[in-house]
Ligand binder design. Structure first.
Ligand code: UT7
Length: 319
């Protein structure tokens, strides 16, 4: 049996920190409201000259170093992002060039906050199918560029960052299963509805969200995908060693864990210091838990994402 296996992880957060207290002077909000309603304390903001590919470059270098692979070893690049450098070429092609990787498929995946789960599931299929041996999979976002900084209901929630993994072919276990879902009926509850036409922006080029509807939907599907992954692999909830959910709101994470009966000690949470980094949130949390030694060989790690589209899904890994 051929698996794909994560052999290196990396992450990058821009230097600039924007605290809840900083936001108090920008919009009618309070540190108390943001902390109690979301769990977020601060987030990172990319410098004006930093694009999604720059954040991705730093995270990728770290993941490649951890994996002990060089540019010549990578034969697939997939970037999950909602905030690409430009309309085209893809951020994956720009990253491929910056890393000096030659002649391999490189493309972006756009599934908003589920993007990393979608990208990892796609890379896993390429590897198990024998189409490539070593993939670089990245989630990278500069949401600060698509936020209306006068809208308190959205601007306090998001942050910038990137996380990356290197995935290789292995006969030892690795990714056990992935499940991807989407329902375009819910496309309007979370969107950036603007577009560019004839050199002008048409519609609103900022995040718009029906927070409550998104909240309820997220809790519902995040519970469902865990049961789906466990059923497929004949496992029980107690077999999950680490749950790595998309980091949007601590209340969503707490509700999901409670409904599933998973103790919070087994849930990786990074959103206090990063906010919601969309496609970057899962690989950032994964990297944190790998680097501090929480995740150990042989353990079951379940990644789960949910976001605009609406999209949702999971990847179950035996580490
Ligand atoms: O990545 C996936 C996508 N995103 C998510 O998963 C986010 C999902 N949704 C949420 O996390 C929550 O719905 C929010 C954090 C966005 C909002 O929390 P909520 O508990 O659903 O609050 P609410 O929208 O019901 O608003 C409650 C009150 C309102 O005031 P009134 O109408 O009760 O007077 C809002 O105007 O809080 C007000 N409010 C704020 N107050 C201070 C909204 N934003 C803020 C703010 N500071 N930043």
């Amino acid at each position: 049996m051929m698996y794909s296996r994560i052999v290196g992880t990396g992450s990058y957060l821009p230097e600039k920190i924007l605290t809840n207290h900083d936001l108090e002077s920008m919009v009618d909000t309070s540190d108390e409201w943001i902390r109690t309603r979301t769990g977020i304390e601060e987030r990172r903001i990319a410098a004006d000259n930093q694009m999604a590919s720059d954040l991705a470059l730093n995270a990728s270098r770290e993941a490649m170093e951890a994996a002990g692979v060089g540019a010549a070893d990578i034969d697939l690049v997939i970037v999950a992002t909602t905030t690409p450098d430009v309309i085209f070429p893809s951020t994956a092609c720009i990253l491929q060039n910056k890393l000096g990787i030659r002649d391999c498929p490189a493309f972006d995946v756009q599934a908003v906050c589920s993007g990393f789960v979608y990208a990892l599931a796609t890379a896993d299929m390429f590897i198990r199918d024998g189409k490539c041996r070593t993939a670089l999979v990245v989630g990278t976002e500069v949401y600060s560029r698509i936020l209306d900084w006068t809208d308190r209901s959205t601007c306090v929630l998001f942050g910038d960052g990137a996380g990356a993994v290197v995935l290789t072919q292995s006969d030892q276990s690795g990714i056990l299963s992935s499940h991807l879902h989407a329902d375009g009926d819910y496309s309007k509850i979370l969107a950036v509805p603007g577009s560019v036409c004839g050199g002008k922006v048409q519609g609103r080029p900022f995040v718009v969200m029906e927070g409550n509807t998104v909240f309820k939907f997220a809790v519902k599907v995040l519970e469902e995908v865990v049961h789906e992954a466990l059923t497929e692999n004949n496992l029980r909830v107690s077999d999950i060693d680490w749950l790595i959910p998309h980091q949007a709101n601590i209340r969503i994470i707490l509700s999901t864990a409670k409904k599933l009966g998973i103790p919070m000690e087994k849930v990786v949470v990074t959103l206090e210091r990063q906010g919601n980094t969309s496609a970057a949130s899962i690989p950032l949390a994964l990297d944190a838990a790998v680097r501090d030694g929480r995740i150990k060989s042989g353990q079951h790690v379940l990644l789960e994402g949910v976001g605009g589209g609406f999209t949702w899904g999971s990847v179950l890994i035996r580490w």
